[in-house]
Design a protein around this ligand. Sequence first.
Ligand SMILES: [Fe+2]
Length: 228
Amino acid sequence: MSSNRASARQSGTDIPDHIKSLKLEQVNVFPLPVFQMAVPALAPHHDAIVDAFREKIDSGALPRNAHGFGYQTPANLLDERAWPAPWFREILAPSFRAACQRILANACTDWEPGMKRRWVNTMTIAWGVVQTGDTGGDNPWHTHVPALLSACYYVRMSARQDEGNFQFMNPLAANLFQPRVGELRPREGRMLVFPSFLNHRPSLSPHLGDDLRISLCLDGHFRAELFE
Ligand SMILES: [Fe+2]
């Protein structure tokens, strides 16, 4: 093959029009299931929630790296003794459980045909993750197994579009056709719900200054019951 012919083939100039015009359609057979839901009843309480977290950090009640990476609370958001205000028990957790039930209603199972099923929530836990401009180092990748579904609700985000985003690691083996890491831009007032097995992490917000990025995280544990 002459070098001219080879370069023409590489540049595509010798491809006939009926080949060039072929339409190639992408069909995503296995989409990554991540869900998003607005929770309008929580939005009026955002400022009070920010104040409550800020007070815990300023008073030393929420020391850095004491309960996980950065300024993370214990999993006590649904404990009335730790958080007397009803935001988390009466709005956050029921909204999450409702989202889970809707997602699980379409779960892929090969259980006994003809049997009805219900999903029983056996445990819901919730904790808060606060980022400052100096949260310190990269967040580690992690999953929430053995929970079934998990969520993050965003009270406050960094103003910069490239900070504080939600990164998911592709659950497929490394391949040429999909990126290894996917990233979503969370929105304040919305809850992201995802399968707990997905590896994920929040990206940092180094330019927050005096502001806070606050996400409220939940784990849902469920038991399936079959009945006639
Ligand atoms: Fe997480």
